[in-house]
Design a protein around this ligand. Structure first.
Ligand SMILES: [Zn+2]
Length: 103
């Protein structure tokens, strides 16, 4: 249970929703109305935004392998160029592509 940093009264966890429709919770003071969000709540909502910011790409056959077309926005953002070498790091549900130039 949290207490308000302004008046010391009990803070109640309340549900809310972002304009994008993500549900989250925050704490509101039962006395003075002070509102706060703690790190756990913040991480929770940051993760929802992270997942929302995803890109779709179609795979195409390239010899025996599959090629992936990287969207222009990501090419620019990460400074990728033709013939660049990247690392592919397998993870549980997919993989990461790392631009080695940034190390
Ligand atoms: Zn208060």
């Amino acid at each position: 249970m949290k207490n308000c940093s302004k008046c010391g009264a009990k803070m109640i966890e309340k549900p809310a929703e972002t304009p994008e429709g993500f549900e989250y919770t925050y704490y509101k003071c039962s006395k003075c109305g002070e509102e706060i969000i703690d790190m756990k709540q913040l991480r929770n909502i940051a993760e929802k935004y992270r997942i929302m910011k995803k890109y779709r790409a179609k795979l195409s056959k390239w010899g025996l392998s599959l090629g992936i077309r990287i969207p222009k926005e990501l090419v620019n953002k990460y400074g990728l160029n033709e013939e660049d070498e990247v690392s592919i790091i397998p993870e549980k549900n997919g993989f990461l592509i790392i631009n080695e130039k940034q190390y």
